[in-house]
Design a protein around this ligand. Structure first.
Ligand SMILES: [Zn+2]
Ligand SMILES: [Zn+2]
Length: 152
């Protein structure tokens, strides 16, 4: 697994540099002066606040989730791949926004769905997590008693 640690702002956009990008991943990359491939496909907008305190798509249909992920490009809050509906990765597939940050209290990691790699990223606009008193799984009142049978 490749890790990408270095972030920089290029023409006002946050991009991450990878020391090596495989054939498929290089399609949207440019090569910088020092020969490092710079991916331009990981849009992060640190100024955009999160869409809310729960999964936007679950809230729309009365669903529930296990953990929450925040899209680093547009602020969409979606549920993780353990959740019944997996709305965060669905958001990536429908919008092409590949980078999320965990929206769980105390967690700062980023994940790139396109490259399937963990990332380091810049501080995003607050709040950077759901409320501490929100239930897991949550939200309260919408989680069925047999929830363990529904997670992935
Ligand atoms: Zn959801
Ligand atoms: Zn998004």
């Amino acid at each position: 697994m490749r890790r990408s640690q270095a972030w920089r702002s290029t023409a006002g956009r946050w991009v991450h540099r990878t020391a090596r990008v495989d054939e498929g991943g290089a399609r949207c990359a440019t090569r910088s002066a020092d020969g490092t491939l710079v991916r331009m496909t990981a849009p992060i907008d640190p100024a955009v606040p999160p869409s809310g305190t729960g999964c936007t798509d679950c809230d729309a249909v009365g669903g529930w989730w296990v953990h929450l992920r925040r899209c680093a490009a547009c602020g969409h809050v979606g549920c993780c791949d353990s959740s019944p509906a997996q709305h965060a990765s669905a958001h990536f597939r429908t919008t092409g926004h590949p980078v999320v940050q965990s929206f769980e209290p105390g967690e700062e990691w980023f994940w790139d769905y396109a490259e399937q790699v963990p990332l380091a990223g810049p501080p995003l606009a607050p709040p950077t997590s759901r409320p501490d008193d929100q239930a897991v799984p949550g939200p309260r009142g919408r989680v069925p008693a047999d929830w363990r049978a529904h997670i992935h």
